[in-house]
Design a protein around this ligand. Structure first.
Ligand SMILES: [Zn+2]
Length: 386
């Protein structure tokens, strides 16, 4: 079983790439999933020698190449003229570590603020600035250019995709969220269901009564907000009773499958992976992702098994496996707050996923975990020497 760890450029550069590589070698970790293009973030860094926190707007951690048309990643301000990715590529070449790109796609509030015409549009017509809409051809080009650029500029073994999909909902705590209304899963889903020009036009082409779908979403969100509908109601059941909206939702899965074919063709040197299960692997469809349909275009999935017990982690893994077609499923593990608080549970989760057949685990995350949590990873991986 292979072992990787997610990391930020500042984790490696502040501590020194060689020092981090030595520590990861002791732990049994052989791969780094390095953030390359990322959403806005504030980190707490318990063992960083230079700082305790790092704040960044959505940005790239490299200087973008010339191959972009229309939308270009915004390089991180702290980086200045430097190119963190280039430095890490150079320095990591002398270590035992292989490098993967941890690549955030549609969740980008900086690009969304700059270009509201590219964002998801709520049923009520609001621009949801935290998420670019993958139905928009300009966004599709941006995502394709991004992975092409990454594939060409660095010897990544894997390019891993996060939020290359419909990033619906309340925006993942992106900016002082103020929700004092109980929308429930259904309300959050419908609030974030995109009705931009491109989503509407795709659905109209498929013969769907778009205005009816939109009106149904609007009245349901408002009904939930007013407390007239049950916020605990299952989204699947609700869609069964509202086939126009269900058909509207289905069109997005075809759009995403088409886009993934383009992404798959764009990446020639690295393996392509896609992160699933941020709200449960069985709810991938809520992001427009039909894992069986995307299976032709990716080399693997990584399911987020950020659970507190072996049973729950294995259940996430097995759910993803059932949905994934023939594509191998890797797993992400969070051996820290708010999921896991001891070495024994870390070991149980790792053993459970290994026994369930996971060929590779990724741990979240080098700079965010305290030193003693890194030791838990080391203990858990003792059984799986690389
Ligand atoms: Zn849209």
């Amino acid at each position: 079983m292979q072992a990787a760890i997610w990391a930020y450029p500042w984790d490696l550069l502040d501590e020194g790439v060689e020092t981090v590589a030595d520590r990861l070698g002791e732990m049994g970790v052989t791969e780094v999933n390095l953030a390359t293009n990322y959403h806005s973030v504030q980190t707490f860094l318990p063992h960083n020698p230079e700082r305790r926190t790092f704040f960044a707007h959505a940005s790239s951690y490299f200087q973008p190449g010339d191959g972009y048309d229309g939308i270009t990643p915004v390089p991180n301000e702290t980086m200045g003229e430097d190119d963190w990715l280039e430095r890490i590529v150079e320095e990591i070449a002398d270590t035992h570590l292989t490098l993967n790109s941890w690549t955030v796609g549609c969740h980008n509030s900086r690009l969304g603020m700059k270009r509201p015409d590219l964002t998801l549009e709520s049923p009520h017509g609001d621009s949801l600035v935290f998420g670019l809409c993958p139905s928009n051809p300009a966004v599709q080009s941006y995502l394709t250019n991004l992975v092409e650029d990454l594939d060409a500029r660095a010897p990544f073994e894997r390019i891993e995709l996060e939020t290359f999909d419909y990033f619906y909902g309340t925006g993942f705590g992106w900016h002082h969220d103020k929700y004092h209304t109980r929308l429930g899963t259904l309300g959050e889903f419908l609030f974030g269901l995109c009705f931009c020009d491109h989503c509407r036009s795709n659905a109209a082409d498929a013969g769907i009564d778009v205005e009816r779908a939109r009106e149904t979403c609007r009245t349901t969100v408002d009904g939930l907000a007013e407390g007239n509908l049950d916020p605990e109601r299952s989204v699947e059941e609700w869609l069964d009773g509202h086939p126009t909206v269900a058909d509207y939702v289905d069109v997005r899965t075809d759009t995403l499958a088409d886009m993934f074919r383009t992404l798959g063709d764009a990446v020639t040197d690295a393996e392509l992976g896609y992160y699933v299960g941020f709200v449960g692997a069985d709810r991938s469809w809520m992001h427009g992702a039909d894992l069986e349909a995307l299976a032709d275009s990716v080399d693997f999935y990584t399911v987020m098994a950020y659970e507190s017990s072996r049973e729950a982690a294995v259940e996430q893994y097995q759910t993803a496996l059932k949905l994934s077609g023939d594509v191998p499923v890797h797993a992400g593990v969070l051996p820290g707050h708010p999921s896991v608080y001891d070495s024994q549970t870390t070991r149980e989760i790792v053993d459970g996923l290994a026994e369930a057949g996971a060929p590779r685990l990724s741990f979240y995350n080098y700079g965010l975990l305290p030193e003693h949590n890194l030791t838990w990873i080391e203990n858990a991986l003792e059984t799986y020497p690389n």
